[in-house]
Design a protein around this ligand. Sequence first.
Ligand code: UD1
Ligand code: CA
Length: 463
Amino acid sequence: MSELCAVILAAGQGTRMRSKLPKVAHPVAGLPMIAHVVEACRAIQAKRSLVVVGYQAERVREALVGEAIEFVLQPEQRGTGHALLQTEQALSGFEGDLLVLPGDTPLLTSRTLEELLRAHRQAHADATVLTAEVREPHGYGRVVRDRTGELLRIVEEPEATPQEREIHEINTSVYCFAAIPLFEALRAIRPSAVKGELYLPDVVVHFRERGRRVQALRAADPDEVRGVNSRAELAEVHRLLWRKAAARLLAEGVTLLDPESAYTGPLVSIGPDSVLYPNVVLEGRTVVGEGTTIHSGCRVRDSKIGDATVILDGSIIQESEIGERCQIGPYAHLRPQATLKSNVKVGNFVEVKKSVIGEGSKVPHLTYIGDTSMGDRVNIGAGTITCNYDGFVKHRTVIEDDVFVGSNTSLVAPVSVGRGAIIAAGSTITEDVPADAVAFGRAQQINKAGRASALRAKQREKR
Ligand code: UD1
Ligand code: CA
Protein backbone atom coordinates (compact mmCIF):
# COMPACT_ATOMS: atom_id res chain seq x y z
CA MET A 1 0.00 0.00 0.00
CA SER A 2 1.43 3.37 -0.96
CA GLU A 3 2.12 6.00 1.66
CA LEU A 4 -0.34 8.79 2.29
CA CYS A 5 -0.02 12.49 3.09
CA ALA A 6 -2.93 14.86 3.66
CA VAL A 7 -3.12 18.42 2.37
CA ILE A 8 -5.81 20.85 3.45
CA LEU A 9 -6.25 23.98 1.34
CA ALA A 10 -6.96 26.92 3.61
CA ALA A 11 -5.32 29.99 2.13
CA GLY A 12 -8.45 31.66 0.81
CA GLN A 13 -10.14 34.62 2.41
CA GLY A 14 -13.66 33.41 1.89
CA THR A 15 -14.88 36.66 0.37
CA ARG A 16 -18.49 35.57 0.41
CA MET A 17 -18.43 35.41 4.22
CA ARG A 18 -17.87 39.19 4.32
CA SER A 19 -15.67 38.78 7.34
CA LYS A 20 -12.36 39.97 8.72
CA LEU A 21 -11.75 36.48 9.99
CA PRO A 22 -10.48 33.95 7.43
CA LYS A 23 -13.34 31.64 6.54
CA VAL A 24 -11.75 28.42 7.79
CA ALA A 25 -11.16 29.99 11.23
CA HIS A 26 -14.85 30.69 11.78
CA PRO A 27 -16.15 28.67 14.70
CA VAL A 28 -18.39 25.73 13.98
CA ALA A 29 -19.91 24.29 17.16
CA GLY A 30 -17.12 25.86 19.20
CA LEU A 31 -14.18 24.69 17.08
CA PRO A 32 -12.61 26.46 14.11
CA MET A 33 -14.08 25.16 10.87
CA ILE A 34 -10.74 23.74 9.72
CA ALA A 35 -10.30 21.86 13.01
CA HIS A 36 -13.28 19.73 12.01
CA VAL A 37 -11.53 18.79 8.77
CA VAL A 38 -8.35 17.95 10.70
CA GLU A 39 -10.47 15.82 13.03
CA ALA A 40 -11.94 13.88 10.11
CA CYS A 41 -8.40 13.27 8.80
CA ARG A 42 -7.13 11.94 12.12
CA ALA A 43 -8.47 8.41 11.66
CA ILE A 44 -6.79 7.92 8.29
CA GLN A 45 -3.39 8.35 9.95
CA ALA A 46 -1.61 10.15 7.16
CA LYS A 47 2.16 10.09 7.36
CA ARG A 48 2.24 13.88 7.23
CA SER A 49 -0.46 16.54 7.28
CA LEU A 50 0.04 19.85 5.54
CA VAL A 51 -2.15 22.92 5.57
CA VAL A 52 -1.78 25.59 2.91
CA VAL A 53 -2.26 29.03 4.48
CA GLY A 54 -2.23 32.51 2.99
CA TYR A 55 -4.89 35.04 3.89
CA GLN A 56 -4.30 35.85 7.57
CA ALA A 57 -2.07 32.82 7.86
CA GLU A 58 -1.43 33.52 11.53
CA ARG A 59 -5.12 33.23 12.43
CA VAL A 60 -5.36 29.89 10.68
CA ARG A 61 -2.22 28.61 12.42
CA GLU A 62 -3.71 29.68 15.76
CA ALA A 63 -6.85 27.75 14.94
CA LEU A 64 -4.76 24.58 14.81
CA VAL A 65 -2.33 24.97 17.72
CA GLY A 66 -1.29 21.68 19.21
CA GLU A 67 -1.97 19.72 16.03
CA ALA A 68 0.88 17.89 14.28
CA ILE A 69 0.66 19.97 11.13
CA GLU A 70 3.14 21.49 8.71
CA PHE A 71 2.11 24.83 7.28
CA VAL A 72 2.90 25.88 3.75
CA LEU A 73 2.43 29.46 2.59
CA GLN A 74 0.56 30.46 -0.55
CA PRO A 75 1.57 34.13 -0.65
CA GLU A 76 -1.06 35.10 -3.22
CA GLN A 77 -4.35 33.32 -3.60
CA ARG A 78 -4.30 32.30 -7.24
CA GLY A 79 -6.66 29.36 -7.10
CA THR A 80 -6.93 25.88 -5.63
CA GLY A 81 -4.47 24.37 -8.12
CA HIS A 82 -1.93 27.05 -7.30
CA ALA A 83 -2.51 26.44 -3.58
CA LEU A 84 -1.73 22.75 -3.90
CA LEU A 85 1.31 23.48 -6.07
CA GLN A 86 2.84 25.34 -3.11
CA THR A 87 3.33 22.03 -1.31
CA GLU A 88 5.53 20.62 -4.06
CA GLN A 89 8.78 21.52 -2.34
CA ALA A 90 7.70 20.32 1.09
CA LEU A 91 6.63 17.03 -0.48
CA SER A 92 9.62 16.58 -2.79
CA GLY A 93 10.70 12.96 -2.80
CA PHE A 94 7.27 11.79 -1.70
CA GLU A 95 5.97 9.20 -4.13
CA GLY A 96 2.78 8.08 -2.45
CA ASP A 97 -0.80 9.34 -2.56
CA LEU A 98 -2.10 12.72 -1.49
CA LEU A 99 -5.45 13.17 0.14
CA VAL A 100 -6.49 16.74 -0.69
CA LEU A 101 -9.25 18.49 1.21
CA PRO A 102 -10.75 21.96 1.36
CA GLY A 103 -10.74 23.71 4.72
CA ASP A 104 -14.41 24.61 4.46
CA THR A 105 -16.24 21.27 4.68
CA PRO A 106 -16.69 20.81 8.43
CA LEU A 107 -19.22 17.98 8.18
CA LEU A 108 -16.85 15.57 6.50
CA THR A 109 -16.38 12.25 8.34
CA SER A 110 -13.41 9.92 8.48
CA ARG A 111 -15.59 7.09 7.20
CA THR A 112 -16.09 8.88 3.90
CA LEU A 113 -12.36 9.58 3.64
CA GLU A 114 -11.62 5.92 4.26
CA GLU A 115 -14.05 4.93 1.50
CA LEU A 116 -12.40 7.37 -0.90
CA LEU A 117 -8.97 5.93 -0.13
CA ARG A 118 -10.18 2.38 -0.52
CA ALA A 119 -11.71 3.16 -3.93
CA HIS A 120 -8.56 4.98 -5.01
CA ARG A 121 -6.27 2.14 -4.07
CA GLN A 122 -8.51 -0.61 -5.38
CA ALA A 123 -8.64 1.02 -8.81
CA HIS A 124 -4.93 1.92 -8.79
CA ALA A 125 -6.14 5.33 -9.85
CA ASP A 126 -4.05 8.44 -10.39
CA ALA A 127 -6.96 10.62 -9.32
CA THR A 128 -10.16 9.85 -7.45
CA VAL A 129 -12.60 12.70 -7.03
CA LEU A 130 -15.22 12.61 -4.29
CA THR A 131 -18.48 13.89 -5.74
CA ALA A 132 -22.02 14.27 -4.47
CA GLU A 133 -25.53 14.38 -5.91
CA VAL A 134 -27.11 17.51 -4.48
CA ARG A 135 -30.45 19.20 -4.91
CA GLU A 136 -28.90 22.67 -5.10
CA PRO A 137 -25.73 22.51 -7.23
CA HIS A 138 -25.43 26.29 -7.51
CA GLY A 139 -21.89 27.54 -6.89
CA TYR A 140 -20.18 24.16 -7.10
CA GLY A 141 -18.03 22.70 -9.85
CA ARG A 142 -20.13 20.25 -11.91
CA VAL A 143 -19.03 16.70 -12.68
CA VAL A 144 -19.20 15.84 -16.36
CA ARG A 145 -19.32 12.13 -17.19
CA ASP A 146 -19.61 10.37 -20.51
CA ARG A 147 -22.47 8.03 -21.46
CA THR A 148 -20.80 5.08 -19.76
CA GLY A 149 -20.41 7.07 -16.56
CA GLU A 150 -16.67 7.69 -16.92
CA LEU A 151 -15.45 10.94 -15.40
CA LEU A 152 -14.56 13.37 -18.20
CA ARG A 153 -13.93 16.65 -16.45
CA ILE A 154 -15.08 19.08 -13.84
CA VAL A 155 -16.40 22.42 -14.95
CA GLU A 156 -16.61 25.42 -12.64
CA GLU A 157 -19.83 27.38 -12.63
CA PRO A 158 -18.47 30.51 -14.34
CA GLU A 159 -17.28 28.39 -17.28
CA ALA A 160 -20.23 25.98 -17.40
CA THR A 161 -22.70 25.95 -20.30
CA PRO A 162 -26.41 26.17 -19.45
CA GLN A 163 -26.70 22.38 -19.95
CA GLU A 164 -23.73 21.74 -17.67
CA ARG A 165 -25.32 23.91 -15.02
CA GLU A 166 -28.22 21.46 -15.01
CA ILE A 167 -25.91 18.75 -13.67
CA HIS A 168 -26.58 17.94 -10.04
CA GLU A 169 -23.44 15.95 -9.42
CA ILE A 170 -20.88 18.31 -7.90
CA ASN A 171 -17.20 18.26 -7.04
CA THR A 172 -16.70 18.16 -3.26
CA SER A 173 -13.07 19.36 -3.47
CA VAL A 174 -11.96 16.17 -1.72
CA TYR A 175 -9.57 14.17 -3.85
CA CYS A 176 -6.97 11.49 -3.81
CA PHE A 177 -4.03 11.90 -6.18
CA ALA A 178 -0.85 10.06 -6.99
CA ALA A 179 1.63 12.74 -5.94
CA ILE A 180 4.19 12.52 -8.75
CA PRO A 181 1.85 12.98 -11.75
CA LEU A 182 -0.19 15.49 -9.75
CA PHE A 183 2.63 18.01 -9.48
CA GLU A 184 3.52 17.48 -13.13
CA ALA A 185 -0.09 18.30 -14.00
CA LEU A 186 -0.27 21.34 -11.71
CA ARG A 187 2.80 22.78 -13.37
CA ALA A 188 1.26 22.24 -16.80
CA ILE A 189 -2.34 23.41 -16.42
CA ARG A 190 -3.22 26.99 -17.37
CA PRO A 191 -5.27 29.51 -15.42
CA SER A 192 -8.97 29.88 -16.13
CA ALA A 193 -9.74 32.40 -18.84
CA VAL A 194 -12.69 33.67 -16.83
CA LYS A 195 -11.26 34.00 -13.33
CA GLY A 196 -7.51 33.86 -13.95
CA GLU A 197 -7.17 31.21 -11.24
CA LEU A 198 -5.44 27.87 -11.47
CA TYR A 199 -8.24 25.36 -10.96
CA LEU A 200 -7.25 22.16 -9.21
CA PRO A 201 -10.11 20.21 -10.86
CA ASP A 202 -8.47 20.88 -14.25
CA VAL A 203 -5.99 18.15 -13.34
CA VAL A 204 -8.71 15.67 -14.31
CA VAL A 205 -8.63 16.64 -17.99
CA HIS A 206 -4.84 16.80 -17.98
CA PHE A 207 -4.69 13.26 -16.61
CA ARG A 208 -7.23 11.92 -19.08
CA GLU A 209 -5.38 13.37 -22.04
CA ARG A 210 -2.31 11.45 -20.91
CA GLY A 211 -4.17 8.19 -20.38
CA ARG A 212 -4.00 8.32 -16.60
CA ARG A 213 -6.67 6.62 -14.52
CA VAL A 214 -9.22 9.05 -13.14
CA GLN A 215 -12.46 8.18 -11.43
CA ALA A 216 -15.24 9.79 -9.45
CA LEU A 217 -16.79 8.38 -6.30
CA ARG A 218 -20.18 9.57 -5.13
CA ALA A 219 -20.37 10.32 -1.42
CA ALA A 220 -23.08 8.31 0.33
CA ASP A 221 -24.31 11.34 2.25
CA PRO A 222 -24.30 14.58 0.23
CA ASP A 223 -24.83 16.68 3.37
CA GLU A 224 -21.45 15.62 4.65
CA VAL A 225 -19.52 17.36 1.93
CA ARG A 226 -21.22 20.72 2.09
CA GLY A 227 -18.83 23.57 1.60
CA VAL A 228 -19.30 26.73 3.62
CA ASN A 229 -18.92 29.84 1.49
CA SER A 230 -21.45 32.19 3.07
CA ARG A 231 -23.06 32.94 6.41
CA ALA A 232 -26.20 31.23 5.18
CA GLU A 233 -24.24 28.05 4.51
CA LEU A 234 -22.56 28.35 7.91
CA ALA A 235 -26.00 28.41 9.53
CA GLU A 236 -27.14 25.48 7.40
CA VAL A 237 -24.11 23.42 8.41
CA HIS A 238 -24.83 24.10 12.08
CA ARG A 239 -28.41 23.00 11.68
CA LEU A 240 -27.27 19.75 10.08
CA LEU A 241 -24.63 18.95 12.65
CA TRP A 242 -26.91 19.69 15.59
CA ARG A 243 -29.58 17.47 14.12
CA LYS A 244 -27.11 14.67 13.54
CA ALA A 245 -25.71 14.94 17.08
CA ALA A 246 -29.23 14.92 18.51
CA ALA A 247 -30.05 11.68 16.69
CA ARG A 248 -26.82 10.12 17.92
CA LEU A 249 -27.44 11.16 21.55
CA LEU A 250 -31.00 9.89 21.55
CA ALA A 251 -29.76 6.53 20.26
CA GLU A 252 -27.11 6.47 22.98
CA GLY A 253 -29.64 6.85 25.79
CA VAL A 254 -29.63 10.57 26.43
CA THR A 255 -32.93 12.36 27.03
CA LEU A 256 -33.32 15.49 24.92
CA LEU A 257 -36.53 17.21 25.94
CA ASP A 258 -36.49 19.07 22.66
CA PRO A 259 -34.09 17.60 20.08
CA GLU A 260 -34.73 20.60 17.83
CA SER A 261 -33.13 22.92 20.37
CA ALA A 262 -30.25 20.70 21.49
CA TYR A 263 -27.20 22.50 20.15
CA THR A 264 -24.60 19.79 20.56
CA GLY A 265 -21.35 19.68 18.58
CA PRO A 266 -20.03 16.56 16.83
CA LEU A 267 -17.16 15.98 19.28
CA VAL A 268 -19.36 16.07 22.37
CA SER A 269 -20.08 12.85 24.23
CA ILE A 270 -22.79 12.38 26.85
CA GLY A 271 -23.38 9.33 29.02
CA PRO A 272 -26.72 7.51 29.18
CA ASP A 273 -29.51 8.75 31.43
CA SER A 274 -28.32 12.30 31.17
CA VAL A 275 -30.98 14.89 30.40
CA LEU A 276 -30.72 18.02 28.30
CA TYR A 277 -33.40 20.64 28.69
CA PRO A 278 -34.20 22.88 25.71
CA ASN A 279 -31.66 25.44 24.56
CA VAL A 280 -28.48 23.88 25.85
CA VAL A 281 -25.33 24.57 23.82
CA LEU A 282 -22.52 22.02 24.13
CA GLU A 283 -19.43 22.89 22.12
CA GLY A 284 -15.90 21.77 21.34
CA ARG A 285 -14.57 18.63 22.98
CA THR A 286 -16.99 18.36 25.85
CA VAL A 287 -17.56 15.16 27.80
CA VAL A 288 -20.62 14.74 30.03
CA GLY A 289 -21.00 11.73 32.32
CA GLU A 290 -24.00 9.53 33.08
CA GLY A 291 -27.17 10.69 34.74
CA THR A 292 -26.24 14.34 34.58
CA THR A 293 -28.87 17.00 33.97
CA ILE A 294 -28.24 20.26 32.17
CA HIS A 295 -31.02 22.81 32.34
CA SER A 296 -32.02 25.45 29.83
CA GLY A 297 -29.81 28.28 28.71
CA CYS A 298 -26.50 26.67 29.63
CA ARG A 299 -23.42 26.78 27.41
CA VAL A 300 -20.55 24.36 27.92
CA ARG A 301 -17.35 24.41 25.87
CA ASP A 302 -14.32 22.10 26.03
CA SER A 303 -15.20 20.85 29.49
CA LYS A 304 -15.61 17.63 31.39
CA ILE A 305 -18.65 17.11 33.60
CA GLY A 306 -18.91 14.05 35.86
CA ASP A 307 -21.81 11.70 36.58
CA ALA A 308 -25.01 12.69 38.38
CA THR A 309 -24.22 16.38 38.34
CA VAL A 310 -26.91 19.02 37.93
CA ILE A 311 -26.24 22.23 36.02
CA LEU A 312 -29.02 24.70 36.65
CA ASP A 313 -30.29 27.24 34.16
CA GLY A 314 -28.20 29.94 32.55
CA SER A 315 -24.75 28.68 33.50
CA ILE A 316 -21.61 29.07 31.37
CA ILE A 317 -18.79 26.54 31.65
CA GLN A 318 -15.60 26.81 29.63
CA GLU A 319 -12.43 24.68 29.67
CA SER A 320 -13.32 23.40 33.11
CA GLU A 321 -13.63 20.11 34.88
CA ILE A 322 -16.51 19.23 37.17
CA GLY A 323 -16.68 16.08 39.29
CA GLU A 324 -19.57 13.80 40.24
CA ARG A 325 -22.73 14.82 42.07
CA CYS A 326 -22.03 18.53 41.86
CA GLN A 327 -24.64 21.24 41.68
CA ILE A 328 -23.88 24.27 39.57
CA GLY A 329 -25.91 27.42 39.01
CA PRO A 330 -28.32 28.87 38.22
CA TYR A 331 -26.27 31.58 36.52
CA ALA A 332 -22.85 30.31 37.46
CA HIS A 333 -19.79 31.16 35.39
CA LEU A 334 -16.97 28.64 35.32
CA ARG A 335 -14.14 30.20 33.37
CA PRO A 336 -11.11 28.37 32.00
CA GLN A 337 -9.28 26.08 34.41
CA ALA A 338 -11.95 25.80 37.04
CA THR A 339 -11.65 22.36 38.60
CA LEU A 340 -14.45 21.20 40.85
CA LYS A 341 -14.02 17.89 42.68
CA SER A 342 -17.06 15.77 43.54
CA ASN A 343 -20.06 16.95 45.60
CA VAL A 344 -19.22 20.60 45.09
CA LYS A 345 -21.88 23.25 45.10
CA VAL A 346 -21.35 26.41 43.08
CA GLY A 347 -24.50 28.47 43.29
CA ASN A 348 -26.07 31.48 41.66
CA PHE A 349 -23.97 34.40 40.45
CA VAL A 350 -20.72 32.70 41.32
CA GLU A 351 -17.69 33.05 39.06
CA VAL A 352 -14.75 30.65 39.30
CA LYS A 353 -11.51 31.01 37.35
CA LYS A 354 -8.24 29.03 37.40
CA SER A 355 -9.10 27.48 40.75
CA VAL A 356 -9.53 24.13 42.37
CA ILE A 357 -12.51 23.58 44.65
CA GLY A 358 -12.16 20.52 46.87
CA GLU A 359 -14.62 17.74 47.57
CA GLY A 360 -17.85 18.69 49.27
CA SER A 361 -17.03 22.41 49.33
CA LYS A 362 -19.80 24.95 48.90
CA VAL A 363 -19.73 28.33 47.22
CA PRO A 364 -23.44 28.96 47.13
CA HIS A 365 -24.01 32.63 46.31
CA LEU A 366 -22.63 35.82 44.74
CA THR A 367 -18.93 35.06 44.89
CA TYR A 368 -15.73 35.38 42.87
CA ILE A 369 -13.10 32.68 43.29
CA GLY A 370 -10.01 33.27 41.12
CA ASP A 371 -6.48 31.81 41.24
CA THR A 372 -7.44 29.85 44.31
CA SER A 373 -6.76 26.45 45.66
CA MET A 374 -9.55 25.41 48.01
CA GLY A 375 -9.57 22.24 50.10
CA ASP A 376 -12.39 19.89 51.01
CA ARG A 377 -15.57 20.72 52.98
CA VAL A 378 -14.98 24.47 52.82
CA ASN A 379 -17.97 26.77 53.19
CA ILE A 380 -17.82 30.13 51.48
CA GLY A 381 -20.37 32.72 52.62
CA ALA A 382 -22.37 34.87 50.22
CA GLY A 383 -20.55 37.76 48.62
CA THR A 384 -17.03 36.50 49.24
CA ILE A 385 -14.39 37.82 46.87
CA THR A 386 -10.86 36.60 46.30
CA CYS A 387 -9.06 39.85 45.44
CA ASN A 388 -6.55 38.21 43.13
CA TYR A 389 -5.45 41.25 41.16
CA ASP A 390 -3.62 44.24 42.63
CA GLY A 391 -3.74 46.22 39.42
CA PHE A 392 -0.40 44.84 38.30
CA VAL A 393 -0.21 41.08 38.74
CA LYS A 394 -2.40 38.17 39.80
CA HIS A 395 -1.87 36.48 43.16
CA ARG A 396 -3.01 33.17 44.62
CA THR A 397 -5.31 32.39 47.51
CA VAL A 398 -5.05 29.16 49.46
CA ILE A 399 -7.97 27.96 51.56
CA GLU A 400 -7.34 24.70 53.39
CA ASP A 401 -9.82 21.95 54.35
CA ASP A 402 -12.80 22.66 56.63
CA VAL A 403 -12.47 26.43 56.54
CA PHE A 404 -15.57 28.55 57.11
CA VAL A 405 -15.58 31.96 55.44
CA GLY A 406 -18.28 34.35 56.68
CA SER A 407 -20.35 36.33 54.19
CA ASN A 408 -19.01 39.39 52.46
CA THR A 409 -15.36 38.60 53.07
CA SER A 410 -12.56 39.93 50.91
CA LEU A 411 -9.52 37.69 50.74
CA VAL A 412 -6.72 39.94 49.55
CA ALA A 413 -4.22 37.72 47.75
CA PRO A 414 -1.60 36.47 48.18
CA VAL A 415 -3.13 35.04 51.31
CA SER A 416 -3.73 31.67 52.90
CA VAL A 417 -6.28 30.41 55.36
CA GLY A 418 -5.23 27.41 57.45
CA ARG A 419 -7.19 24.23 57.99
CA GLY A 420 -10.36 24.59 60.03
CA ALA A 421 -10.08 28.37 60.45
CA ILE A 422 -13.16 30.57 60.71
CA ILE A 423 -13.38 34.02 59.19
CA ALA A 424 -15.91 36.44 60.58
CA ALA A 425 -18.43 37.90 58.17
CA GLY A 426 -17.49 41.17 56.57
CA SER A 427 -13.76 40.67 57.03
CA THR A 428 -11.05 42.02 54.79
CA ILE A 429 -8.30 39.44 55.16
CA THR A 430 -4.86 40.73 54.27
CA GLU A 431 -2.76 38.52 56.56
CA ASP A 432 -2.51 34.72 56.51
CA VAL A 433 -4.92 33.05 58.92
CA PRO A 434 -3.38 30.17 60.89
CA ALA A 435 -5.12 26.81 61.18
CA ASP A 436 -7.96 26.68 63.68
CA ALA A 437 -7.90 30.49 64.24
CA VAL A 438 -10.93 32.78 64.17
CA ALA A 439 -10.11 35.88 62.15
CA PHE A 440 -11.90 39.20 62.46
CA GLY A 441 -10.84 41.64 59.83
CA ARG A 442 -13.37 44.41 60.20
CA ALA A 443 -13.87 47.68 62.07
CA GLN A 444 -15.23 47.19 65.55
CA GLN A 445 -18.91 47.97 65.96
CA ILE A 446 -20.00 50.69 68.34
CA ASN A 447 -23.59 50.87 69.68
CA LYS A 448 -24.61 54.26 71.07
CA ALA A 449 -27.61 53.71 73.35
CA GLY A 450 -30.71 55.86 72.76
CA ARG A 451 -29.07 57.89 70.05
CA ALA A 452 -31.51 56.93 67.28
CA SER A 453 -34.50 58.91 68.57
CA ALA A 454 -32.26 61.90 69.38
CA LEU A 455 -30.99 61.83 65.80
CA ARG A 456 -34.54 61.76 64.43
CA ALA A 457 -35.54 64.73 66.58
CA LYS A 458 -32.61 66.73 65.29
CA GLN A 459 -33.55 65.96 61.68
CA ARG A 460 -37.15 67.12 62.30
CA GLU A 461 -35.87 70.47 63.68
CA LYS A 462 -33.86 71.04 60.47
CA ARG A 463 -36.97 70.65 58.32
C1 UD1 B 1 -14.14 24.58 -5.07
C2 UD1 B 1 -13.97 23.80 -6.38
C3 UD1 B 1 -15.34 23.34 -6.87
C4 UD1 B 1 -16.06 22.55 -5.79
C5 UD1 B 1 -16.10 23.31 -4.46
C6 UD1 B 1 -16.57 22.38 -3.35
C7 UD1 B 1 -12.07 24.77 -7.57
C8 UD1 B 1 -11.62 25.67 -8.65
N1 UD1 B 1 -13.38 24.66 -7.38
O1 UD1 B 1 -14.87 25.76 -5.33
O2 UD1 B 1 -15.19 22.54 -8.02
O3 UD1 B 1 -17.35 22.22 -6.19
O4 UD1 B 1 -14.79 23.76 -4.09
O5 UD1 B 1 -16.76 23.04 -2.14
O6 UD1 B 1 -11.25 24.15 -6.93
N2 UD1 B 1 -8.04 28.04 -1.45
C9 UD1 B 1 -6.70 28.27 -1.29
N3 UD1 B 1 -6.07 29.10 -2.16
C10 UD1 B 1 -6.70 29.68 -3.21
C11 UD1 B 1 -8.08 29.44 -3.36
C12 UD1 B 1 -8.73 28.61 -2.48
O7 UD1 B 1 -6.08 27.75 -0.37
O8 UD1 B 1 -6.04 30.41 -3.96
C13 UD1 B 1 -8.73 27.16 -0.47
C14 UD1 B 1 -9.84 27.87 0.29
O9 UD1 B 1 -9.33 28.44 1.50
C15 UD1 B 1 -10.84 26.77 0.55
C16 UD1 B 1 -10.61 25.76 -0.58
O10 UD1 B 1 -9.36 26.10 -1.15
O11 UD1 B 1 -10.63 26.12 1.80
C17 UD1 B 1 -11.72 25.86 -1.64
O12 UD1 B 1 -11.76 27.18 -2.12
P1 UD1 B 1 -13.12 27.92 -2.41
O13 UD1 B 1 -12.82 29.30 -2.86
O14 UD1 B 1 -14.07 27.73 -1.31
O15 UD1 B 1 -13.60 27.08 -3.70
P2 UD1 B 1 -15.06 26.96 -4.28
O16 UD1 B 1 -15.39 28.17 -5.06
O17 UD1 B 1 -15.99 26.55 -3.21
CA1 CA C 1 -15.85 26.30 -1.02
